[in-house]
Design a protein around this ligand. Structure first.
Ligand SMILES: Nc1nc2c(c(=O)[nH]1)N[C@H]1C(S)=C(S)[C@@H](COP(=O)(O)O)O[C@H]1N2
Ligand SMILES: [Mo]
Length: 349
């Protein structure tokens, strides 16, 4: 990866990834979960704040935080991954947050289901989409806008979609969307709108920048591309042994070594994780644990017989729909969905 720019460094210093050793815990502690904030964290007075529900509905209304919290509550462990995870490993790379591999985390999100709220508002007969508006405003691609994303009405009505006001049993901290965010299990990170202020039902005319300009998988500038939606399968391992400070290469003693990690897919349950110690030339199956929830990562273990010398450890996940991680990434304009296998250099003594 050549010539990281000051602009990329500026973004990387604001938005941090998951330290890989944290993959040991099924639920990521608050503060170690990755962060992605396009503009500034808005300052919100929860006493004044309300969520408005309107647009093409029979009965528009608004809710205070207290009213949302007195509705039926649900807690779900959900794995979130930024769609730009792996971007910095593409060449040439698009200039944005330069993620390597670790823009992921799994938290227990508590909130109230969205579907009953939409039904109470009563979408009109030709309603087809729902727009979620955040309070954060900025300029991207030369266009000033609030952070907004939409879902089809059918996707928005899925029972697992939450309006979350708590993470790991605590109120959302400012960086994760206080006082309320959307959680759409299985989808890449950009879908989970933070600092939510409005839900607007529409009939398909929404053309927001974060919806129509960003988050398209385009093989070239001329390719109209396809929208980025659910997370492709990925697995990560906890790098074994001890690291070199600068290169992050690993050192460990020979003998049996238990490798562990996590794997997830937003498309179907994880059915297989394989491990390689020769850079992907040969593979062996890891043992899968139970998924933390239907919408969260699955733990895996592999007992590795570490023999002296230099090795490149890799892991590869496959899901029940037959999707598997590629050895090499598929280049695309925005640097999205790079789920190529992780490579960890290890010296065994
Ligand atoms: N309002 C708002 N919501 C947002 C964003 C944002 O910048 N503003 N970033 C999105 C992106 S790209 C990601 S990957 C996730 C990151 O969520 P986290 O910071 O809680 O991990 O939030 C999403 N929701
Ligand atoms: Mo993201």
């Amino acid at each position: 990866m050549e010539g990281i720019t000051v602009e990329e460094l500026q973004l990387a210093a604001r938005n941090h990834a998951l330290p890989l050793e944290t993959l040991r815990s099924p639920i990521t502690p608050i503060g170690l979960h990755y962060l992605l904030i396009h503009f500034d964290i808005p300052e919100v007075d929860a006493e004044q704040w309300r969520l408005s529900v309107g647009g093409l509905v029979e009965r528009p209304f608004s809710l205070s935080l207290e009213e949302l919290q007195s509705r039926p509550a649900k807690t779900l462990a959900v794995t979130l991954e930024c769609a730009g995870n792996g971007r910095a490993l593409l060449s040439p790379r698009s200039l944005s947050q330069p993620w390597l591999l670790e823009a992921v985390g799994t938290a227990e999100w508590t909130g109230t289901p969205l579907a009953p709220i939409l039904r109470e508002a009563g979408p009109v007969a030709d309603a087809t989409e729902v727009v979620f508006t955040g309070l954060d405003r900025g300029v991207q691609g030369g266009v000033e806008h609030l952070y907004e994303r939409s879902l089809s009405l059918d996707d928005a009505l899925r029972e697992e979609v939450l309006l979350a006001y708590a993470i790991n049993g605590r109120p959302l901290p400012p960086q994760h969307g206080y006082p309320l965010r959307l959680i759409v299990p299985g989808w890449y990170g950009m879908t989970h709108v933070k600092w939510l202020s409005a839900i607007t039902v529409g009939d398909g005319g929404f053309r927001g920048w974060q919806q129509e300009e960003a988050y398209y998988f385009q093989r070239s500038e001329d390719d109209p591309g396809t929208p980025v939606t659910r997370m492709l399968p990925r697995s990560l391992l906890v790098p074994p042994g001890i690291p070199d400070f600068l290169s992050r290469e690993r050192f460990l003693a020979s003998g049996q070594c238990v490798l562990e990690g996590r794997a997830w897919s937003g498309l179907a349950p994880i059915t297989r994780v394989e491990v390689s110690d020769d850079g992907g030339a040969s593979w062996a199956d890891a043992e899968l644990g139970a998924a933390v929830s239907p919408f969260a990562w699955t733990g895996w273990r592999f007992t590795w017989d570490a023999v002296g010398g230099a090795h490149e450890l890799c892991c590869r996940a496959t899901d029940a729909a037959g999707n598997t991680q590629p050895l090499e990434p598929e280049w695309n304009v925005g640097g999205y969905c790079n789920n190529a296998v992780q490579r960890v250099r290890v010296t065994v003594s």
